[in-house]
Design a protein around this ligand. Structure first.
Ligand code: APR
Length: 244
């Protein structure tokens, strides 16, 4: 069975995306040879304890990334998923990405389980600020403080060692348990708890399909496995499903 046939017969589908869907928008992923973790040690830049130890260093790392992230445009893969949602094939997109590109591409139901680059919050008083405003000032102030209480703000992205936003994770779990099919796009499926979602989908009787340019631990359990670029693969899928 090919991907289009599977999606036609098993809809509604829930899609789980990772960094690999945004590489064609110019945003590097994490675990490819050219990925972010090949250059930066995640223990130094992406854990909550690293942030508490040296917030300015972690803010510097994010400031570099925010610039690339905010310049990026949705690609054919994001656009195809939005079209598949409008066509009734996709119920929702669960994403590990913080780039906001699914929403910008027109997907209406997007669950951001690792947060987003839209805002930063104060760990002390809860004040929330738009990140774009902070990034502009970052040159002068390497670790921006809360306008209300002065505490150093934290970007609203989930760092290693932090819990995922409870509501988002619960919604993602509920969605995959009631889906006919889970389609994973551009994720190594190595980071938990998100990497448990395919297991939850399979346990509830859903079909699993994976579009990823490198092996994943779930490949043997997938009914359809495409080792190709997300953009062209999803565009072809949306085109195949556009005709009755
Ligand atoms: N098409 C298909 N697959 C691609 C493409 C592409 N154009 N580009 C990259 N890939 C694949 C890579 O081969 C890789 O297997 O996407 C996968 C991305 O995996 P990761 O880099 O591990 O990204 P992700 O799974 O999203 O990481 C999960 O780890 O560090 C954290 O918080 C970060 O949310 C992230 C989490």
């Amino acid at each position: 069975m090919d991907l289009a046939e599977l999606m036609r017969s098993r809809r509604p589908c829930v899609v789980l995306t990772g960094a690999g869907i945004s590489t064609e928008s110019g945003i590097p992923d994490f675990r490819s040879p050219s990925g972010i973790w090949a250059q930066y040690d995640p223990m130094e830049y992406a854990t909550i304890s690293a942030f508490r130890r040296d917030p300015a260093k972690v803010w510097e790392f994010y400031a570099l990334r925010f610039e690339a992230l905010s310049r990026a445009e949705p690609n054919a893969g994001h656009l195809a998923l939005a079209e598949l949602e409008r066509g009734g094939f996709v119920r929702a997109v669960v994403t590990q990405n913080i780039d906001g590109l699914h929403t910008r591409a027109g997907s209406a139901d997007v669950i951001e389980v690792h947060g987003s680059i839209r805002t930063a919050s104060c760990p002390a008083c809860g004040e929330r600020m738009a990140l774009a405003d902070l990034v502009e000032a970052l040159g002068d102030d390497p670790a921006p403080g809360c306008a209300r209480c002065g505490e150093i703000l934290k970007p609203d992205v989930v760092m290693f060692g932090e819990l995922l936003p409870v509501g988002a994770l619960e919604r993602a779990q509920q969605l995959v348990r009631t889906a006919g099919m889970l389609l994973v796009v551009g994720s190594s499926l190595e980071v938990y708890p998100v990497a448990a979602l395919p297991d939850e989908a399979l346990a509830a009787g859903a079909s699993l399909a994976i579009v990823n340019q490198a092996p994943t631990p779930y490949d043997g359990l997938a009914e359809v496995r495409v080792d190709g670029p997300a953009g062209a693969t999803l565009a072809a899928l949306a085109e195949a499903l556009a005709s009755p």
